[in-house]
Design a protein around this ligand. Sequence first.
Ligand code: NAD
Length: 472
Amino acid sequence: MSTYEQLLAQVVATAGEGETREVFDPATGDLIGIAPVQGVAELEAAIDRAEAAQPAWAALSDDERIAYLNRAADAIEAAAEPLAELLSREQGKPLNGPNARFEVGGCVAWTRAAAGTPLPVEVLIDDESGYAEMHYRPIGVVGAISPWNWPMMISIWQIAPSLRMGNTVVLKPAETTTLSVLALVKVMNEVLPEGVLNIVPGPGRTVGDALTRSPRIGKIMFTGSTPTGKRIIEASAPNVTRLTLELGGNDAGIVLPDVDPKEIAENLFWGAFINTGQTCAALKRLYVHDDVYDEVVEELAKVAANMPMGVGLEDQNVLGPLQNKAQFDIVDRLVESAKSSGARVVMGGDPDRDQPGYFYPTTLIADIDAHQDLVLEEQFGPALPIIRYSDVDEAVKLANELEVGLGASVWSSDRDKARELAARIQAGTVWINSHGGLHPMVPFGGAKQSGYGREFGTLGLKAVAEPQVVSG
Ligand code: NAD
């Protein structure tokens, strides 16, 4: 089993290798290592390897590929601690809480789920009108492009089902979390056959763009922002490349007047602040009924005050820094704009801008206008706007008025009432009395401009396959 130092040594760039980038710990500003930066030539070579390996991989039986995936999950599990430490240092998320160790555990769970989900041949008709069955064939080479917020787990969501279905993969990780994903792939490749899983660490605008334009890529699995998703649609259109797009969100939560504020406060907190708010399906705007507004804000603030933020490797911390300066600046700008609009700062909103790390304090902003920038734009950080409402129809209208619709939540002590309200909300998932929980068997994806396609479960496996009817 490798130590952190051994794992890091296997993925950092070697001197004279070509272009490189220094990687700094977002909590301390310390240098972690030097990452390789590859280009389009290396991408083409990776696609060559993936194409060469694909027929033999597809020719294996489903059971053989399942066994490989389970062995990959075992390998991740065996390297869990060094992987979590590297993720914590590079991404910034703490080891503990729903963070780095949790993410590596998620990689194991999702890999095993992709291996364990049954996908039998479906008989569509079998009567006097005819016989037809549905098969799910490999597409070929899948291009995977992942973001920096949950860099390992989201890469796994793209890789594991693709491999299960007989495709090979070329993965491009986000620029600022390259080392973590290189390490994950390194560990998986200890057990996978040569050429099946390939990684090209490089910029989105060159390597990512070339991947989406390549006629040799049959399907793109993309998770990232909506503007990049739109670019990918255009770039891939000439080849009619299949796409699964998991894009940005600005999830609403609606709290009904019948809740017990104390009871829901902790779930509200984690719904909004998991991964220090840098989560696609985090609660990003909270609409609370006037009857319980003050109490909900107060209880939420009490929970938030007890959640330590700091350097990820220190055991007590459950919140960390923003992953990069650009994201820190977005959160800072949106909170400053909320403050100058006259909204009430319940806590936070006062970052130390001269610190070496990108820590933004846990921030609750109350009595904010429903059309303030912090409400309308995705903050992707630890700052939650809490909007007061008195008419539930108005709250639903506000929840639905944005172009995105990844997740949403309804909070009520009456489950039937909450389910009725859920049906009126335009989002890929509506949670009741919690927000953001994912399960490898439950399909996940967005409505409207939060993307299309679904990951996880049987729907997720079908999404990385070519449906083929055999009839007669
Ligand atoms: P981003 O779109 O900037 O980058 C995502 C990935 O795309 C990176 O690997 C990047 O290098 C690559 N990329 C950039 N330009 C490209 C191009 N022209 N062609 C191909 N690839 C390109 O997003 P980000 O800042 O890394 O991630 C944050 C965003 O991702 C947020 O909006 C968040 O909501 C969203 N997100 C969505 C989900 C989801 O499941 N829906 C999950 C996590 C994050």
